[in-house]
Design a protein around this ligand. Structure first.
Ligand SMILES: *Cc1c(COP(=O)(O)O)cnc(C)c1O
Length: 375
C-alpha cells in the first residue's frame, strides 16, 4: 500500500513537472499599493482590492468599532444567534446596489455560489455555463447533480443553441455567467442572456465578484446576482441578491448558508462602510478603470473594460518566468496557469487599483519590456 506521504509526494512531483506547482508566499499588505514579499517592498498589480478600501481609514474605523461593540466572532450560525444587528443594513444596501428587493450575506463568494446553484437546481435539471465561469460555479453545478453543459465564452448564439436542443428535456434550467470575468476582465452580454433566459423559461445567475462599482446592474425577473465582499469591498464574505421570495428560499435551503457560522461583525461593518464609499464616490471605481485603460493603451492591448487586464503568454513556464523576473525588479504580477484558466492561455493577470499612479503604470510597462523572457 502506498503511504499517505508517498502518495502526496508522487502527486506533487507530477504537478511540478507540468510547471503547475503552487506555493504559498507570505505577503504583507501596506497602506497603498505596495506589499512586502520576502522582506522586500513590491509594487503590487495582483490585488482584487480594486479601490484600496481594505486600508481606507473609514472602513478600518467601522471594523474596529464593530469589534468594540460586538466582539470578534459571530458565535453561531445566522439561523441560531449569529445574525448580529449589522447584517440588515448591509443586506439592504447590497440589494439596492444590485437593483433587487433583497439580499443574503454568506460566508464567502464561494459559498454563495455553491448555495445558490444547489438550491436552484438538482437531478433532472440542466445548468448551461459559460466556458470561463469561476471554479466555484462549476463546483456548485457538479454538487447539485444537474446536467452541466458549457457554451463558448460570451457566445450568445452557442448558448441559444444549447437551449434549443436541451431545454425541453429538463425541468429547470439555470444559465451561469459572470458580470466581469475574473481572469479576462471582459463583460458578459447580461442583457442578452437575461432576455434569452426569459425566452427559454430559464433562470440566469450572474456572479458579480469583479463587477461591483464597475458593471452596471440590470433589472430582470429571471436574474439572480451573486457576489463577494472580499474584492472591491476590501472585506470578507459573499452575497446573493434577488427577489424577496427567492432570498427567503435560499435562507431556508442553501446548505452553505445554514451549516456555517455567521461572519465576524467587523467583516460586515467594513463591507458596509466600503459599499457606502463606492456608492457615494463614483470617482473611486472610475480611477481603477482609467488606470487599467492607461495600461492597455501603453501595451497596445484592446481597451480595458474593467480593472482586470490579462496579458496572455501561452505556456505556464513562460508566465512563471515573467512573473519571477518582474518580482525581482520589485513588481508583483500574478502568473495564472491551468486549471484556473484553460490550457494554452496562461497569463500575467494585471489588476489595477484606484491607488496606482500614472508613473506606477509606466514603470511596470517599462520593466516588462526589459525582461529577457518578454523579448
Ligand atoms: C473570487 C471569486 C469568487 C469567490 O469569492 P470569495 O469571496 O473569495 O470566496 C467567486 N466568483 C468569482 C468570479 C470570483 O472571482
Amino acid at each position: 500500500m502506498l503511504s499517505l506521504d508517498r502518495f502526496a509526494q508522487q502527486k506533487l512531483s507530477e504537478i511540478a513537472q507540468k510547471h503547475l506547482l503552487r506555493e504559498l508566499k507570505t505577503t504583507a499588505p501596506t497602506e497603498g499599493t505596495h506589499v512586502i514579499r520576502n522582506g522586500k517592498p513590491c509594487l503590487s498589480f495582483s490585488s482584487n482590492d480594486y479601490f484600496g478600501l481594505s486600508q481606507h481609514p473609514t472602513v478600518k474605523k467601522a471594523a474596529i468599532e464593530a469589534i468594540n461593540t460586538y466582539g470578534t466572532g459571530a458565535g453561531a450560525s445566522r439561523m441560531v444567534t449569529g445574525n448580529h444587528p449589522l447584517y440588515s443594513a448591509l443586506e439592504t444596501k447590497l440589494a439596492h446596489a444590485k437593483q433587487k428587493d433583497a439580499s443574503l450575506v454568506f460566508g464567502s463568494g464561494y459559498m454563495a455560489n455553491l448555495g445558490a446553484i444547489t438550491a436552484l437546481v438538482g437531478k433532472g435539471d440542466v445548468v448551461i455555463a459559460d466556458k470561463l465561469v469561476h471554479a466555484c460555479m462549476i463546483d456548485g453545478a457538479q454538487l447539485s447533480g444537474a446536467r452541466l453543459l458549457r457554451f463558448s465564452h460570451n457566445n450568445i448564439d452557442a448558448c441559444r443553441k444549447l437551449l434549443q436542443t436541451h431545454r425541453q428535456n429538463y425541468r429547470h434550467c439555470l444559465i451561469l455567467t459572470e458580470t466581469v470575468f475574473s481572469m479576462d476582465g471582459d463583460f458578459a452580454p447580461i442583457e442578452n442572456l437575461a432576455a434569452l433566459s426569459v425566452e427559454y423559461d430559464s433562470w440566469l445567475l450572474a456572479d458579480d465578484a469583479h463587477g461591483l462599482g464597475i458593471a452596471p446592474s440590470i433589472k430582470s425577473p429571471s436574474l439572480v446576482y451573486t457576489g463577494t465582499l472580499s474584492k472591491g469591498l476590501g472585506s470578507y464574505g459573499g452575497y446573493i441578491a434577488a427577489a424577496k421570495s427567492v432570498i427567503d428560499y435560499f435562507a431556508n435551503t442553501a446548505r452553505s448558508f445554514i451549516f456555517t457560522t455567521g461572519l465576524p461583525p467587523s467583516a460586515i461593518a467594513a463591507a458596509t462602510a466600503a459599499l457606502e464609499l463606492i456608492t457615494n464616490i463614483p470617482s473611486l471605481p472610475q480611477q481603477a478603470l482609467s488606470n487599467a485603460k492607461y495600461f492597455s493603451q501603453l501595451m497596445k492591448l484592446p481597451e480595458a473594460q474593467s480593472p482586470i487586464v490579462p496579458l496572455v503568454t501561452g505556456s505556464p513556464e513562460k508566465t512563471m518566468q515573467l512573473s519571477q523576473a518582474l518580482e525581482e525588479r520589485g513588481f508583483l504580477v500574478s502568473a495564472i496557469r491551468p486549471p484556473t484558466v484553460p490550457r494554452g492561455t496562461s497569463r500575467l493577470r494585471f489588476t489595477f487599483s484606484s491607488l496606482h499612479g500614472k508613473s506606477d503604470i509606466e514603470d511596470v510597462v517599462k520593466q516588462l519590456r526589459q525582461c529577457d523572457v518578454w523579448n
